[in-house]
Design a protein around this ligand. Structure first.
Ligand SMILES: Nc1ncnc2c1ncn2[C@@H]1O[C@H](COP(=O)(O)OP(=O)(O)OP(=O)(O)O)[C@@H](O)[C@H]1O
Length: 290
């Protein structure tokens, strides 16, 4: 299994707006976390990879064959979990899965057992006959994951899978994604760092339509070492520090206020500071905070 994205560019507004520029990446089984702020081009990339949109330049290949040539065969190996808009409120969970199975062309005999299996995997068996309009945010996300898995896809694409969820549901969905990721290529687009920090094989950072970093989390973090410090300051200095530095956290203890600074240039020796282990939020701030 190999998805190759080769020099893909996509422009909007009759070519005036480049939403994606010369994007190149090769993906094999495992979880890829695509991280970037609003407008970075994540949704555009998802639309191209799911073949809902054609690139202006470059091409996308699955196992060496252009996806537009694979057509139906590509849709058979593809699972897509879109963002929550447009979920059918009047459908029950089970009916929704039957409907999606029909759209995907699953034979009835196969659909029946698959739907029951997936309802059980996403822990919605007992809510299967409740209307989607009455589902909580987490239940809606789980039914959307279930529909993406109906055809047992080799390539699973998820757009903001934990949007709007509380921490418990978020953890649950994240653990669930890890368990289904074995032997599939899973792409998760998000701007929520914690969704992908510990489960991704690789993280892809996108900025203004460009891929600015693609690496294993451990390498991304080790490159940041020495660039994150906690500095003790007086509370009267806080606004001055906020104006001057990229601050990823502010905490206080008996001794005063500690600001967590993500910096490129070394900090002044005179400061009372301690080096801390970088996390992915620091990396995000380093690249995206102006
Ligand atoms: N149909 C469109 N017409 C014109 N410009 C568009 C269109 N769709 C997206 N864009 C622009 O292209 C850029 C990339 O958008 P895209 O939706 O791919 O980003 P994103 O990373 O998914 O953002 P978000 O997290 O907000 O969904 C943005 O500047 C956006 O305004």
């Amino acid at each position: 299994m190999k998805l190759s994205i080769n020099g893909v560019t996509k422009r909007y507004q009759r070519g005036r707006k480049a939403a994606l520029q010369q994007f190149t990446a090769e993906l094999t089984p495992g979880i890829y976390g695509i991280l970037g702020p609003n407008g970075a081009g994540k949704t555009t990339l998802m639309n191209l990879v799911t073949d809902q949109m054609k690139p202006d330049e470059g091409e996308i290949l699955y196992n060496g064959v252009p996806i537009h040539r694979l057509g139906r065969a590509y849709r058979d190996v593809l699972g897509y979990m879109p963002q929550q808009q447009g979920i059918y409120r009047e459908f029950t969970g089970r009916r929704f899965l039957w409907y999606m199975a029909a759209l995907k062309g699953l034979p009835t005999s196969k659909a029946k057992s698959k739907i029951e299996e997936l309802l059980s995997i996403v822990n919605l068996t007992k809510d299967a006959d409740t209307k989607l309009g009455a589902y909580s945010g987490g239940m809606k996300q789980r039914i959307l994951i279930a529909q993406a898995l109906l055809n047992d896809p080799e390539l699973l694409i998820m757009d903001e899978p934990t949007a709007g969820l509380d921490p418990k549901e978020r953890i649950r969905i994240r653990n669930f994604i890890s368990t289904i990721a074995l032997n599939r290529i899973v792409i998760i687009a998000t701007h929520v760092v914690s969704d992908i920090e510990f489960i991704s094989k690789e993280i892809l950072l996108m900025k203004e339509g460009k891929l600015i970093l693609k690496d294993q989390p451990v390498n991304i973090l080790s490159k940041m070492e020495g660039h994150v410090h906690e500095v003790r300051i007086d509370k009267t200095e806080l606004s001055q520090y906020q104006a001057r530095y990229k601050i990823s956290n502010i905490s206080s203890d008996r001794d005063g206020i500690w600001v967590r600074i993500v910096h490129e240039e070394p900090l002044s020796d005179e400061l009372e500071m301690r080096e801390v282990k970088p996390n992915l939020e620091d990396v995000y701030l380093y690249h995206f905070e102006e």
